[in-house]
Ligand binder design. Sequence first.
Ligand code: HEC
Length: 153
Amino acid sequence: MSLRLKLASVLLPIALVGMSCRENDAPDEAVALLESVRADDYQGWQRAPGYPSRTPTSAPHADAVEIFVNDVLAEALTEEGLVEWPVGSIVAKDGYDSDGALELIALMEKRESGWFWAEYDGDGEPLFSGEPGICLDCHASGDDYVRAFGFAN
Ligand code: HEC
């Protein structure tokens, strides 16, 4: 085995463990957030623009998604001149596998400090929470980090 390979086999697991710690920083807050949106029947919220029903996706982890926005975000959808979504906005995404089983739930909640991110498995167990780099990186191209839809103007 070359030195480089040996180094990689030692360092990679360390890097992965380090990453998983930073990627699920706030599981308790994530559980509380999921409980609160479920109590508010999030699947009855307004559907996101462009997602009138279950929609195929090429984004990771699911074959099809349903995306819902709470009242605060729904109201902001028609406002012109926005540069960020208002504090209190919540977007919820349910991801389904090819058999139609719920396999992930993802939430973004806009707080004073910025977006709080959470992704759960189909049973509601948090896999990512807080400000995971993996979410931020891929969402940075969106309007204030939202990928599915944008500002009115
Ligand atoms: C490789 C790119 C990528 C990564 C990584 C990613 N997303 Fe997304 N996400 C998307 C895309 C694209 C959409 C648009 C809807 C769709 O096709 O699923 C989306 C949509 C969403 C939505 C609906 C609101 C919106 O922004 O459109 C939420 C909530 C969400 N993602 C949460 C997360 C969380 C939490 C993470 C990290 C655990 C994450 N995403 C990681 C690409 C990504």
